[in-house]
Design a protein around this ligand. Structure first.
Ligand code: ADP
Ligand code: ZN
Length: 606
């Protein structure tokens, strides 16, 4: 098994559970595999496929996922093909023949197509294993339910002797049980790996208004020159606005949301996968079909509605295991809006609870990773050291006077105002509605002039989270004082607020970069964890990789992952032999790319 792993995939050891899973499959037993995105699920069925006689049939929900997997396998010299609606009849004819001859090691197939072929092609082939990828699609409890998947039941009926492995990154218990039941898995072993993604850095920025977000995003991207990332936004409109802003600063960006037609969506996805644009601004519609391993960062422009969504979205960064950054903006406006959605959703209790847990994550002053893993039922006993709280624990100060000013203003308006009016009163701003109501005559009018507007928004969010105020969603979002707020208002209790830190500077509006030619990667620098790595060499190798990718019409990360490229730049192999030792280089890639890379390194060193 290890030999095969090295020969075909170029890796020296298995990740936790992979070996057990593979043994189990080779013993022809059923299994359910739960691993986070990037955990290494594919190898669990690809290695048995190589080691077994016949063909492994992989059911996959999306053409783009199949394409990516097939290209990756072929790039490692493994004969894989896909059968789906993207094929024409001639292709299918050839493919059928190859399947019957037993040439195809892995056949990726859509669920619809699988059903069509159940009594024809599949009956005449020698099938070693059925792998059901994204198996949560079978369950109504999962978040990507696909009716076609429910018919996969018939696999067990038609092929009782072939083992089945179901794989998913969705951890919850109901979904798990549902998958086992619906696929009729026989005494399956359930393999659950840790859901920790230690390479993902977690950061939250609280209370940023649009301008601050813009500034912070530009600064963030400046810290990630040339590295691809996703910005998730709550609305279609926002994706376009953010993209427009980035383009203005010379950052190549595309947009993806459900309002675009299929062609435009495909193009956006394709541009992103092939490193033709650096950033995609997207709604949650984006991501399921993305196996791109070199997404280096994910920003949430708005807070997601649950930890599940959040974890899935940030999980799209760093699949190759290299350090990647995630940044979440969290503001009062988002919270109000999301609460309203939850209340109107028809499943108020559960959705509010989910939102509540998300909010706790965003507000946490303990290690954020502990909160995430705890949410997924995993106990983590130490702080992670790779989140903003671990790196920079929040400081608190006695903010009782600030809180009292706000509460007093709310009280003096008979709790009939929302946040904007409250801040206007505190800051002493005049405007028509305020003076009409006589709020400029209140004793608290202008009492908080010394605190900037933005900071007021932050403190109000903190007050909300500490339970001093609540938002009456059914009363125009007016603010109400809670019993614990009353205690602070009357000086019976202290309010310890978190010190606000804002470190971002405004980057200069950049010189617009010219669109670069296809054959060059559009980016020109790299900031990976680069101990001992020569950036110039890495850059040269990256250009070489992009050229090879363009020549073959496949994405650069399929030629070599960022991680492997990174290792090459550190180890600087100058012989074919040494090149083949680099993790991620199997026999096939050694033969195919060894010479050009070794040559490039030799030239560089000279
Ligand atoms: P998943 O399908 O679970 O999201 P993948 O199967 O795509 O994850 O694997 C993620 C990355 O990890 C891929 O680049 C893969 O080549 C790599 N990988 C998988 N197993 C190993 C291993 N044993 N050693 C090193 N890298 C691995
Ligand atoms: Zn931490």
């Amino acid at each position: 098994m290890l030999q095969t792993l090295k020969t075909y995939f170029g890796y020296d050891s298995f990740r936790p559970l992979q070996e057990n899973i593979i043994r189990h499959i080779l013993a022809k037993k059923d299994s359910l595999v739960l691993m986070p995105t990037g955990g290494g699920k594919s190898i669990c069925y690809q290695l048995p496929a190589i080691l077994s006689d016949g063909t492994t049939v992989v059911v996959s929900p999306l053409i783009s996922l199949m394409k990516d997997q097939v290209e990756s396998l072929q790039a490692n010299g493994i004969y894989a093909r896909a059968m789906n609606s993207a094929n024409n009849e001639t292709e299918n004819l050839i493919l059928r023949k190859e399947c019957l001859e037993g040439k195809v090691k892995l056949l990726y197939i859509s669920p619809e197509r699988l059903l069509m072929e159940m009594n024809f092609l599949l009956k005449d082939m020698k099938i070693s294993l059925f792998a059901i990828d994204e198996a949560h699609c079978i369950s109504q409890w999962g978040h990507d339910f696909r009716p076609e998947y429910t018919q996969l039941k018939s696999i067990r009926e038609q092929f009782p002797q072939v083992p089945i492995v179901a794989l998913t990154a969705t951890a919850d218990k109901i979904t798990r049980e549902d998958i086992i039941k619906q696929l009729d898995l026989k005494e399956p072993e359930v393999f659950i790996s840790s859901f920790d993604r230690p390479n993902l850095n977690l950061t939250v920025k609280r209370g940023f208004q649009q301008k601050d977000k813009t500034r912070a995003i530009l600064e963030f991207i400046k810290q990630h020159p040339g590295e691809c990332g996703i910005i998730y936004c709550m609305s279609r409109d926002k994706t376009e606005k953010v993209a427009e802003m980035l383009e203005k600063y010379g950052i190549t960006t595309t947009v993806y949301h459900a309002g675009l037609n299929a062609k435009a969506r495909d193009k956006a996805q394709d541009d992103f996968i092939n490193d033709r644009v650096q950033v995609v601004c997207a709604t949650i519609a984006f991501g399921m079909g993305i196996d791109k391993s070199n997404v280096r960062w994910v920003i949430h422009y708005n807070m997601p509605k649950s930890i599940e969504s959040f974890y899935q979205e940030i999980g799209r960064a760093g699949r190759d295991g290299l350090k990647s950054d995630t940044l979440l903006f969290y503001s009062l406006g988002d919270l109000v809006m999301l609460s309203k959605f939850a209340i109107d959703s028809g499943q108020q209790d559960i959705n509010l609870e989910k939102l509540n847990r998300m909010q706790q994550y965003a507000e946490s002053d303990i290690c954020r990773r502990r909160i995430l893993l705890n949410y997924f039922g995993e106990n983590m006993e130490h702080d992670c050291g790779n989140c903003d709280v671990c790196r920079n624990p929040p400081e608190r100060f006695d903010g009782s006077i600030i809180v009292q000013k706000a509460l007093s203003a709310i009280a003096r308006t008979n709790q009939q105002i929302g946040t904007r009016m409250l801040v206007a009163i505190l800051r002493g701003n005049y405007f028509q509605e305020l003076t009409e109501k006589g709020y400029d005559k209140l004793k608290t009018f202008g009492a908080g002039r010394d605190v900037p507007q933005q900071d007021w928004m932050d403190y109000l969010l903190q007050m909300l989270n500490m339970g001093y105020i609540e938002v009456a969603y059914n009363e125009n979002n007016h603010l109400k004082i809670t019993p614990s707020g009353v205690k602070v208002l009357y000086g019976q209790e202290k309010a310890m607020l978190v010190v606000i830190k804002r470190e971002e500077k405004t980057p200069n509006k950049g010189k617009k970069k010219k669109a670069e030619k296809e054959s060059k990667p559009m980016f020109n620098a790299i900031t990976l964890s680069d101990e001992g790595m020569d950036k110039e060499l890495f850059e040269e190798l990256r250009v070489l990789r992009k050229r090879l990718a363009d020549e073959q019409g496949i994405p650069p990360y399929i030629i070599l992952t960022d991680k492997t490229l990174h290792l090459i730049a550190i180890q600087r192999p100058t012989t074919l032999e040494a090149f083949g030792m680099v993790s991620g280089i199997g026999e096939y890639k050694k033969e195919k790319y060894g010479k050009v890379f070794v040559e490039a390194i030799r030239n560089f060193l000279q």
